[in-house]
Design a protein around this ligand. Sequence first.
Ligand code: TXD
Length: 309
Amino acid sequence: MARPRISLIGAGNIGGVQAQLIVQKQLADVVLFDVVEGLPQGKALDINHALDAWGTSCTVTGTNSYEDTAGSDVYIVTAGLARKPGMSRDDLLSTNLGIMRQVAEGIRKASPDAVVIVVSNPLDAMVYAMKEISGFPPQRVFGQAGVLDSARFKFFVAEALGVAPRDVVAIVLGGHGDTMVPLPRHCSVNGVPLTELMDKAAIDAIVERVQGAGGEVVGLLKTGSAFVSPAAASVAMAESVILDQKRVLPCAAWLDGEYGASGVYMGVPVQIGAGGVERIFEIELDASEKKLMQASLAHVEKLISGIEL
Ligand code: TXD
């Protein structure tokens, strides 16, 4: 029985870590694609030279040709420019939209039945463009944002309370940007409500830091954006598809009336399995949470309205 195949479109900072994580988990064989000659081939060779140390038989193939990705079960797309200090995610729109057009065409021709996870920014617009250009059903095209933003939320709470990040339950909804919506009311430390463990000022400070965490990393690195944590988040999503794990994770999913939104992608809790997005969960939001989600929706709708496909 052939091993599953995950193709990574983009062999940059995130793509290289994704390839490493996938083979270390023995999740699938990896095809690493980039437009830069030699980059995917070099990273593939380097990672393959570590397979012995990791005790895995999954391999990485580097390529500049979509034909080599044919028959992939899952694609993870990081192709595009990353932010530099002073740039917003939205500043990447026009450049990365052009790249998304190429990528969507390549994927559609090579693997018409694949599930596609988009990571490139501005995320909500890029995943929308991927769905529109590829023509794939929206269930098979979704984006990585909330898993990373929620992981940031979990870490900051764990750090403040001195507990394990794995025991913090936290969720961030909405667009992947300054209007993202962390939900402290739904956060707990394995069932112990956050509001019983921290005062409002401390919680508000964490919420603000979560919303700015991407920019905080960009400001510190100065040469690019976060790459290990987005790689870990997107590989976790791909794992739920490949192993049909039915995980419930916050992802940028196609909305058709849910949360009062239609015809857009936005971060909501979804069940992820072999079919991609298999179910969308609606949360009863209070008035302030609804207001934040509506503001986030307005930002995403404005971003998407700027897309000329
Ligand atoms: O969680 C999230 N969604 C975000 C995503 C978290 C952090 C970074 N976010 C975005 O991911 C970031 O703003 C970028 O848009 C993407 C990729 O970030 P990365 O740090 O991996 O960028 P790199 O290192 O520049 O890698 C991008 C690669 C690079 O090797 C280019 O040669 C390649 O993309 N590239 C292409 N690949 C395929 N096809 C085309 N046309 C193409 N153009 C560039």
